[in-house]
Design a protein around this ligand. Structure first.
Ligand SMILES: Cc1ncc(COP(=O)(O)O)c(C=O)c1O
Length: 404
């Protein structure tokens, strides 16, 4: 099939739920991907934060190839060598005390398990989430997700899940009741616009949870695996949750979800109360072992702390130049450029010039590059954004900005 035939086939036979860009990607290596006609793109989207080691990392490819010849699927009612190896590697790097996990297939599933676990462990129904938070689109996770465009068509959602304003511990305290089981939040809101909380906020939330005897569930689906310059986002503020949700990059690009908790908490779930057919498949776990090994051996988290500052400085220099930029923010390689106008044009034009970036809400350009990105590639991304923002600024001259 050529590019047009591929586009037509997907459009015809797949549910029309993704906001598609007219690009057919067929190959990737490191921070680069190529379309079917050979055009090269610098990938600062990493498939929404999945390909953190870059595309087709040789260690991931080798692990998948080797395991595919050994055993691909093995239900969790049997034991498996790769699964045991993966869980050992995982608990070696998770914050101390988080050492009992449920393995699933996506971020939303990791959140579903966390919600069920909180209810089962505490015997209470209520979950408090944050306005602006994003936790996925299955019914439980969606009930904790904030954006009404995702929620409203599917009402009624799971009851007893409510939202409080972010970065506001007073409102959080007021929202807690005798029925509250847990607070569920992202350490840094990703989809909500790359919002880094003020220093002290997360520690105070931890403190409130301890004093009110409720669980702190951190959704680290986007902020973990070195993304922010620490292995887990919460480590930027020395906070350890009771339950943590992981997904995206943990299996080198294969589908995975992980809900990891303190042992006494996870033990609240009894045989049969939660499961999924693909939990901890050998193929995914083999890729996961290679992913964690690569992250540690290549010291990528340390690299992110350094290269993230370099990228941020490049974006800050654009802010000094382009009035269309309202704010540049983020941590490590989780970066956002908030514009005074819709971000979509900028995203499409950047893609046209060979740099893939994402949105995060209507006005924020989100950059989630792979951890292995180098300074030359960052310069290339900054240059393209510079050109595109300049062009956009000229075209927008005289039109009114998006209201606050
Ligand atoms: C913080 C967070 N939680 C949960 C999810 C849902 O993950 P998935 O799309 O794998 O279900 C996402 C996806 O972007 C996310 O960013």
């Amino acid at each position: 099939m050529n590019d047009q035939e591929i586009i037509e086939t997907e459009n015809r036979f797949l549910a029309n739920v993704f906001s598609k860009k007219p690009i057919v990607l067929t190959r990737g290596k490191g921070a680069l991907v190529w379309d079917i006609n050979g055009k090269e793109y610098l990938d600062c989207s990493t498939s929404y934060g999945v390909a953190l080691l870059g595309h087709c990392h040789p260690k991931i490819v080798e692990a998948i190839q080797t395991q595919a010849q050994q055993l691909i699927t093995c239900h969790s009612c049997y034991y498996n060598d790769r699964r045991a190896e993966f869980i050992q590697k995982l608990v070696n790097i998770t914050p101390q005390g988080l050492d009992k996990a449920f393995l699933s297939n996506s971020g939303a599933e990791a959140v579903e398990c966390a919600i069920k676990l909180a209810r089962k462990f505490t015997g209470k129904p209520e979950i408090i989430a944050l306005m602006g938070g994003f936790h996925g689109k299955t019914m439980g996770a969606l009930s904790a997700t904030w954006d009404k465009k995702y929620r409203e068509p599917f009402m009624p959602l799971v009851p007893e899940i409510k939202h409080v304003p972010p970065d506001n511990t007073q409102k959080l305290r007021e929202a807690i009741t005798d029925k509250t089981a847990a607070i569920l939040m992202e350490p840094i809101r990703g989809e909500g616009g790359i919002r880094v909380p003020p220093d002290g906020y997360l520690q105070e939330v931890r403190d409130i949870c301890d004093r009110r005897n409720i669980l702190l569930i951190l959704d680290e689906v986007q902020t973990s695996f070195g993304r922010t310059g620490k292995l887990f986002g919460c480590q930027n503020w020395n906070v350890t949750p009771d339950v943590m949700c992981l997904a995206k990059p943990f299996a080198g690009g294969l589908p995975i979800g992980i809900t990891i908790a303190k042992e006494n908490i996870m033990s609240a779930l009894k045989i049969g109360e939660h499961s999924t057919t693909f939990s901890g498949s050998p193929l995914v776990c083999a890729a996961g072992c290679a992913a964690i090994d690569t992250l540690i051996e290549e010291k990528l988290t340390e690299h992110v702390a350094d290269i993230g500052r370099y990228f941020k400085a490049g974006l800050d220099s654009l802010m000094a130049k382009h009035r269309i930029i309202k704010e540049v923010r983020g941590l490590g390689l989780m970066l956002g450029i908030e514009l005074r106008y819709d971000a979509l044009n900028v995203i499409l034009k950047a893609a046209d010039r060979g740099v893939l970036v994402l949105d995060a809400g209507r006005t924020v350009v989100r950059l989630l590059p792979p951890l292995i990105i180098n300074k030359n590639q960052i310069d290339r991304a900054v240059k393209v954004l510079d050109d595109v923002l300049g062009e956009e600024e000229n075209q927008r001259a005289g039109s009114s900005p998006v209201p606050n």
